[in-house]
Design a protein around this ligand. Sequence first.
Ligand code: PLP
Length: 358
Amino acid sequence: MDLEDTLLMMPGPVPVAPRVLRAMSRPMINHRGKEFSAMFDDCTTMLKEIFQTENDLFTISGSGTASMEAALGCTIDKDDKVVTIENGKFGERFKDIAARYGQVVPVECEWGTSVDLDVVEEKLSEGAKAVTMVHNETSAGIRNPAPEVGKIAKKYDALFIMDGVTSIGGDDVKVDDWGVDIAVVGSQKCIAAPPGLSMLSVSERAFEAMNKENLPYYLDLKAYQKSAAKSQTPYTPAVPLFFGLQEALKIVMEEGMDARIKRQATGAAAVRAAMDAMGIEMFPQLNATSAYSSTVSAMKAPEGVDSNDIKKGMMDKGIIIAGGQNRLSGKIFRIGSMGNVAPKDLMMTIQHLELVFK
Ligand code: PLP
C-alpha cells in the first residue's frame, strides 16, 4: 500500500499537515536550553486557550492513557472511592485504571447508550473523592454531558476528572466553566499532531487533593508542576513531537477554534446525513443530555454485514475507517471528522462507502 495515497479517516491518529512533518525533522535541541523553554511556553499558552482554562497545563511524553493514569494515580489512594462513568471502551479504561489505585464505584451503561445523571448523582451523594467521565466516547460516537457532571461533582465536593481525548481541540470544551479538575487530551486526535504526547490541565483543588504517600514516579504531576515553573519537563521530553505539536497548534490558532469546531461538527453532520440517505442507522442511543459526537460518527453495520468487511472494503480503496472495538467488533463502523479532515476527504469517504455497499 502506498501510504502517500492512503487517507486516514479513523478517529486518530489523523493525517498530519506537511508543515508539521517538516517541523519534526529539525535538528535536535537541548531540552534544558532557552529554545526548548520558548517552545514549551508557546505550546502551553496555545493549549490553555484550546482547553479554555487558567489551570496549570502539562504535556507528557506518553499517549492519552498516560495522562489518564497520571490523573488518577496522583489523586486516588487505596481507600478512596471513584465513581467511574462508562458507556464505551474508554470509560471502561478509566474504571480499570481507577481500580489499580482506589475503590471503584461503577456507573455502567450499555456501550453507546446515554449516561443516566440520576444514577451518577445517587452514587456521588454516597461520598466519593472523584468522578471520571469520557466527554466524547470515541468507541461509541457519543458526546456525554460534561457540564452537568461538573455541576454534580461540585455539589458533592468530588474531583471531576474528564477524558477530553477526542473532544478538546475539536469541540467547545470549557474546562474552567464546567469545573473540570483534570482534563486530558491526546496529540493525535483533534489537534492533528503526531501520536505520542498527551496534555492535561490540573486545578488547584486537584493539587490540594494529592495527599497520597506515594505518587507515581514518571507520572508525578507535582514534578511536572515544579518543572513547568522553569518552562521545562521533569524528564527528557520527546523533542521532535514537541516540534510537531507546536506547528500543529499554530495551525489550530490560524484556523481559529470557532471555525475549527464548526468544520468538524459539519463534517460529522454530513456523515450522518449521508448515512440517513443510505438507510444506515447511527449507533448511539441519545437522550436529552447526550449528543452525537461531532468528531467521530459511529454507525451500525447493516443486518447480516460484518463491519470488519466494510472496513476492509474501504481499505481496498485506500481509505482507512475504524471498526468497532472489543465487544463492538463486527457490529459498528466509525468515521472520524476530527483534526484537519477537509470536506473533500469526507465527500470521497462517503462516495466510496456507497460503492462498498452496492
Ligand atoms: N480516551 C479516548 C476517548 C480515546 O479515544 C483514546 C484513544 O483512542 C484514549 C483515551 C486512549 O488514548 P491513547 O491511545 O493515546 O493512549
